[in-house]
Structures are given as C-alpha cells and as structure tokens.
Design a protein around this ligand. Structure first.
Ligand SMILES: Nc1nc2c(c(=O)[nH]1)N[C@H]1C(S)=C(S)[C@@H](COP(=O)(O)OP(=O)(O)OC[C@H]3O[C@@H](n4cnc5c(=O)[nH]c(N)nc54)[C@H](O)[C@@H]3O)O[C@H]1N2
Ligand SMILES: Nc1nc2c(c(=O)[nH]1)N[C@H]1C(S)=C(S)[C@@H](COP(=O)(O)OP(=O)(O)OC[C@H]3O[C@@H](n4cnc5c(=O)[nH]c(N)nc54)[C@H](O)[C@@H]3O)O[C@H]1N2
Ligand code: SF4
Ligand SMILES: [Mo]
Length: 680
C-alpha cells in the first residue's frame, strides 16, 4: 500500500525494558502499535499491558483529553467546561503572578514523576518551575530515594550499575527485592533466562514467590523488612568460610573491622529465626554469591521499608565483603542513570534559572502540606496521579478539596487527581512527540519518534510549559528552547555519533561497543575514595555510623503486612482506565497464605475489609502459596474511582518516612482483615 508506513519509536514508561515499538500507519493515521521485531530486548512483543493500552485507552478519543478544561463543579466531582489555551494559560499566569508578587511563590507546589521518562517530557518542564521558584515535591521520595542515598553514601554513586552484558562472565545472579517477571518482563524472559541457560545460578530474595523467584535456582523467601539481618548472615558465612578478600577490604573499604562483632553475632541460625529463611539455604546462597563473579540486582521493593536505607547499606556491605566489584560479571545494579551515557541532567533542567535553590518536600509530607493554606496555595501535578499513587490517600484527597488551593493538572486522561483540578491541560502522549529515552538497565540510547498528531488541542509537556512561560512574561531563552534543539544537544553529549534522524532510523543504539566494568579501577566517589561502610555522612544525618543487622518484627495481634508492588497489568496507576485492562485485573484482591486464611476462617472469594488507622479498602480474598504467613499481597495502581469503596491500597498507607531520605515505606504497611458485617 503506497500510503502505508512504519515508524520506529520507544516506550518511555518507567520500566527497565525501554522497549522498541513499531507503529504502523495508513495515510499518516496510526493503525497498530506493536513491539519492534528488530529490537534486541523487545523481540517483537510489547508487554501485555502496553500491547493493550497503546491500542486501547491511549488512542481512545472518548478517553483522551483533547482541550484545556476549567472546573465547573465541586472539587472532586470532575465536572469541567472546555476553554481555549489562551484562557487557560492566562488564568494560571494570573494566579502564579499574583503569588509571586506577594512573595508567596514557594506556596506553589509541583509534583511530577513517571508519566513519561522521556528526557524532554520528563524534565524540561523543571526549567519553568526553577525560574518560577516553586516548591518541588521530590519525586524519588515516593519510589526509590532511600536506596539512592544509601548507595551514594557508601559508594559515592547510585546511578552507575553493572552493564547487563557482563552477565556472560557471571556465575551467580542475585535478584534481591525486585520482581522482573512483572517490572522488567523482557529482561526477565531474555537477559535473565539467557544467563541461566548459559550456566549462571539465579538466586531470588523476596517475600513473594513471584514467577522470577519460581524460575530461580534458589529462592530465599524472607520476611519483609528483614534484609539487613540476612545480608549480615551472608557476610558471616563468607568470613567463617574464609571467602572474604581481606586485601580488598584493607585497600578499599572503611569500617569493615568495626562491623566484625555484628557479623559474628548474625549466624545463619539466628538469621533463620529473624528472617524465616532456613539456615542451610542462607549458607548455600551466601557461598554461591561469595564465590563470584556475581551480579546483584538491587530491587526497589527492598528499600520501600521503614529501615530500607539501612537494608541498602547492609547490602552494600555484602558487596564489599564479597569483593564482587571491579571485574566483568561482578557488581550491583540499582539503576543505570543518564550520567553514565554522558548526559548532564542540568542541561535539561537548567538549575541556574532559579534565583535561589527551590525548596523540596517529601511526598510523605504532601497531604499535610496541601492541608495547610500557609504552605500551599497552588498545586501543579504533571506526569503523575497522586490521588492514586501517593500515601495517605483519604487525607490527600480531602486536602485537594480545598477551595482556596489553585490546582492545575497536566494529563492525558481524566484521573482521580484531575477530578480536583481547577484547570486541566491536555498533554500529548509519547506517540505524538519526539524525545530521547534512556533505559535504566541497558546502556543504550533510544529515539521516541512522533507517529501521529495529538488529539484535538493536546500538546507535549515541553510546549505546554513554553507557552506558560510566555504567558507569565518570562523572557529567558532557555524557557523557549525547541525540543529538536535540546534533543540534538543531549544526543551530542552521548557517545552516539549520529543525529536524531539517524537514531530514529534504528530506534535504539548501543553506545559502548564493549561491556563496561562497574567501578573499574576501584575508584569510589566518596569523601575517602573508599567504600564507606562506616559513614561520617550518615552520622552527620543523625544515622548510625555503620549499617545494623536489623530485622523488622513480624506483625502482631492479627495484623498482616501488606505488600503492594508492581502489577502485571498496570504501570503504576497508568492503564487503570483501560476497559480491557480492567477486565484483566478483575475485582481487587488480597492474596493471603493458606495458614492466614485458615486461622481467620476465610475462604477463596470471601469479601473482607482491609483496615487500619489510615483507612479501609474492600477486597476479596484469594488464597495463595506465593505469600508468607503474615503477608498480604495487593498489587499497586488501581484507580480509586474505579474501585469499590472509592479507594485503592494507598488508602491504607501512612505517610511514614524511611530511615534515610524521607522516602516511602509503603511495604511496611500493616492492616487488619475485617468481615464487612463486623465493620458496621
Ligand atoms: N501502594 C503503592 N503505591 C505506590 C508504589 C508501590 O509500590 N505501592 N510505587 C510507587 C512508585 S515506585 C512510583 S514511581 C509512583 C508512581 O506514581 P505516579 O508517578 O503517579 O505514576 P502513575 O500513577 O502511572 O501516573 C502517571 C500519570 O501520568 C500520565 N502521563 C503519561 N504520559 C504523560 C505525558 O506525556 N504527559 C503528562 N502530563 N502526563 C502523562 C498518565 O496518564 C498517568 O496518569 O507510585 C508509587 N506508589
Ligand atoms: N508491570 C509494571 N512494571 C513496572 C511498574 C509497574 O507498576 N508495573 N513500576 C515501575 C516502577 S515506577 C518501579 S520503581 C519499578 C519497581 O520494580 P521492582 O524493582 O521490581 O520493585 P517492586 O515491584 O516495587 O517490588 C519488587 C519486589 O520487592 C518485594 N519486596 C517487598 N518488600 C520487601 C522486603 O522487605 N525485602 C525484599 N527482599 N523484597 C521485598 C516485593 O515482594 C516485590 O516482589 O518497576 C517499574 N516497572
Ligand atoms: S512498559 Fe516496559 S515492558 Fe511494557 S512495552 Fe514499555 S518498556 Fe516494554
Ligand atoms: Mo517507581
């Protein structure tokens, strides 16, 4: 067909995989969005959720926002009238201008996160907020900040992990607190399986027997929040069995000796009592990891715990004692950031536009701040859906009802959050604009290429904030740089030699011909240049100087620990409005261990309320041997407004902060199971 063509682009969801996408078009109109058969990771198939949503909700004219909207009903009701861009931007500029004029610009809060991780769509708008001087709700505090700060403290860097290509030299791969079978489905099916087939031993450490754990050679099913104790037990075995490289410790590690008493105390038997993992299995896993070369995939689930920062410091100690660093097949990966590919994020965000460094607050303080008219008078949410994804859900949604809080939402869809907004601005999706995408697993650079026009008057995030900057009367040229110019400058920072058009033709480029060795030369960006297990930085923050062999106490008094990790069918809350995804999800459930169900006289399909001091969520019980006694599994991301009780799991999650970095403790949530009739 003469008018048919295919565009190669990239999926910019917050996902390890960064899939290659092909968009088939006829007469310039998108027909089908599929996985790129030529993409090394994707191999022709998108994940199930994106295959559905990119051919469903994301292109559904009745679901996508196509014009700016102004609220006409009560906050939360979701009643809006269309207005023009000029009127919408004029209203926003007037309010922001007035707040700035009275010296209250800090009372403008903005939240953003994982809507798109395209470099432009995800970060260019920060330029506007820097210039404005608004308060940022630190995005990582709802996801992974405790882990980042713990690794920075210890290694001087959390953003340069192992190069997955070095797996060919690894004899063991430990997946600790990640669930690639859901959160990185292609790496799970491709990279991890290939490494296993080539002879690497796969060890999973997770309270849930998810598919990755089931396919592993060894699964350590530990109690939530007991990772630090388990890591110390690993080190105990390595020391006892003479597997510690003392010369490496002496040359490169601070604090190894000071940890000796805690290591000596944490025998595998003691760890068995604290973590619930059989001592023999701890020994087996420790010896395999210690023999090396071993890769350690540090998942984000581990650190979403009250002592998640300490857990990461203990895991860092395990890496140090095992000496699994500085050679092919050894190392750890939390996330591979843009810096390792040459990208300077300040090029995008332009911090120099801020007169003074703009303040930031934790997501854990969002509800309390929004309640307070002295601290929050305006609120912008873009690239996120906090009414579904943030803790303290009921309190947050109540605060969003404040009539005197001027709320702007930038979205693709009507969500539980936009329902409270005064002004809603329609954003273009990744199919409708160019961008660059960097996988946070592989060291690649990918092109996101415009394949069609946005619906109606919708615009890319970057263009929305360029227009708002103009409406505000701002004149700094950085606020008006075109996407094409910025993309070209960013691409020039990477080792990729071609233009954006060159990259678009191939989709994804591998930018280092040879696998990189993490911490090659064993140089660490800490103050001492060594791995700082003993950390003066930690001490200065009021934290223990050394990591502790901590394990959380199991829940008491009939409570269950609710884990709410990534769902197979959603990307955070995204896709929760897609009708086919909703059918796949079915009604909300909590998965309970057979012992827990039996103890409470509960059967498959029984309706219960999960309840605690924070709130309540109606769910049906499903009985599963994938969980542990005392642990309930309820995947994240459902839309409260599409759920019974107008609530999702975050209605149970308090705003408790992690030990390090004021970050989320979502997997530390405990709740009671109540029969609906007993709740009346
Ligand atoms: N219970 C529980 N809660 C959790 C977690 C958990 O494990 N358990 N995990 C937490 C984690 S890890 C994270 S990262 C957060 C994520 O939470 P959020 O950042 O809120 O992510 P989403 O819920 O997917 O919301 C992204 C929104 O951006 C919109 N969007 C997509 N593309 C674009 C675009 O190009 N422009 C604009 N303007 N909007 C766009 C989507 O429609 C969607 O509504 O959730 C956290 N919440
Ligand atoms: N399908 C899908 N993919 C996603 C997302 C999604 O929502 N859906 N979200 C994306 C985002 S924003 C992120 S941050 C990543 C997160 O992806 P991952 O790094 O895989 O993290 P999670 O899914 O939060 O949780 C992973 C595992 O941590 C376990 N866990 C919970 N508590 C503990 C503990 O105390 N110790 C240990 N060892 N394990 C524990 C959970 O049981 C779960 O199996 O996934 C990304 N990919
Ligand atoms: S969300 Fe992840 S697995 Fe799904 S298509 Fe996008 S990159 Fe691939
Ligand atoms: Mo996340």
């Amino acid at each position: 067909m003469a008018d048919a063509d295919v565009i190669k682009t990239t999926c910019p969801r917050d996902c390890y995989d960064a899939c290659g996408v092909v968009v088939s078009r006829k007469g310039g109109t998108i027909q089908k969005v599929l996985g790129d058969p030529e993409h090394a990771i994707t191999r022709g198939a998108l994940c199930g959720k994106c295959a559905i949503a990119y051919n469903g909700a994301w292109r559904a004219p009745d679901l996508r926002l196509a014009t700016p909207l102004k609220r006409v009903g009560a906050k939360g009701e979701g009643a809006f009238a269309p207005i023009s861009w000029d009127e919408a931007l004029g209203l926003i500029a007037d309010r922001f201008g007035a707040l700035a004029a009275e010296g209250a610009v800090r009372t403008i809060l903005h939240t953003h996160y994982t809507g798109t991780v395209g470099l432009v769509g995800g970060w260019y708008p920060i330029r506007f907020f820097n210039r404005l001087g608004a308060t940022e709700v630190d995005p990582d505090t709802v996801c992974n900040k405790a882990g980042h700060v713990a690794l920075e403290m210890t290694f001087g860097n959390s953003l340069e992990g192992f190069d997955p290509r070095t797996a060919s030299a690894a004899r063991t791969i430990v997946v600790w607190g990640a669930n690639p079978s859901f959160s990185a489905p292609h790496q799970n099916k491709g990279w991890l399986k290939a490494a296993q087939a080539a002879g690497a031993r796969i060890i999973a450490v997770d309270p849930i027997a998810h598919d990755t754990a089931r396919a592993a050679d060894l699964h350590l099913q530990l109690r939530p929040g007991s990772d630090a104790a388990l890591a110390f037990a690993f080190i105990h075995v390595l020391k006892r069995d003479g597997m510690v490289d003392e010369a490496f410790l002496a040359a490169h590690v601070l604090g190894a000796e000071a940890l000796a008493p805690a290591i000596a105390d944490m025998t595998p038997e003691r760890a068995e009592a604290l973590c619930g993992v059989p001592a023999a299995r701890i020994e087996e896993a420790a010896r395999a990891y210690g023999a090396g070369p071993s890769l350690l995939w540090l998942g984000q689930g581990v650190q979403r715990q009250p002592y998640g920062g300490n857990a990461f410091r203990a895991l860092a100690a395990l890496v140090a004692f095992s000496g699994n660093l500085g050679r092919p097949g050894a190392g750890f990966l939390y996330m591979n950031g843009p810096g390792g590919r040459g990208i300077d994020m300040a090029t995008i965000t332009c911090p120099e536009l801020a007169a003074d460094a703009p303040p930031a607050i934790s997501h854990m303080d969002l509800a309390a701040t929004l309640e307070d008219a002295g601290r929050a008078r305006a609120f912008v949410n873009w690239n996120n859906n906090p009414a579904a994804s943030s803790p303290e859900q009921a309190r947050l949604r109540q605060a969003l009802k404040r009539e005197d809080l001027f709320h702007v939402a930038v979205e693709l869809f009507h969500t539980d959050t936009t329902a409270y907004a005064d002004i809603v601005l329609p954003a273009a999706s990744f199919l409708e604009c160019d961008d660059l995408v960097l996988s946070y697993f592989d060291l690649t650079v990918s092109a996101q290429v415009k394949a069609g026009d946005p619906p109606g008057a919708a615009l890319p995030n970057s263009e929305i904030f360029r227009r708002l900057a103009a409406a505000m009367g701002f004149t700094e040229p950085e606020l008006f740089e075109s996407d094409a110019d910025l993309i070209a400058r960013l691409l020039a920072q990477t080792p990729f030699a071609g233009t954006f058009a060159d990259l678009s033709a191939i989709g994804t480029a591998t930018v280092f011909p040879e696998p990189k060795v993490q911490f090659e030369g064993l140089a660490f960006g800490t103050p001492s240049g060594r791995i700082e297990l003993a950390s003066a930085q930690a001490e200065a923050l009021g934290l223990p100087r050394l990591p502790l062999a901590h394990a959380d106490a199991p829940p008491q008094d009939g409570l269950v620990r609710i884990l709410s990790p990534a769902s197979q069918w959603q990307m955070n809350s995204s896709y929760g409005n897609d009708p086919m995804i909703q059918r796949r999800l079915g009604p909300p459930t909590v998965a309970l261990h057979p012992d827990d169900a039996a103890r409470r006289g509960l059967a498959e399909g029984d309706q219960v309320l999960l309840a605690n001091g924070e709130g309540r969520v109606p769910v049906s019980v499903t009985i599963s041997d994938r969980t542990l006694p005392g642990v309930g599994l309820m995947h994240k991301g459902r839309w409260p407004g599409h759920s019974p009780g107008d609530a999702n799991v975050n209605a149970l999650v308090p705003g408790r902060k992690s030990d390090i970095a004021e970050s989320t403790t979502v997997h530390g949530t405990e709740a009671r199971l109540v029969r609906p009739e007993a709740a009346e």
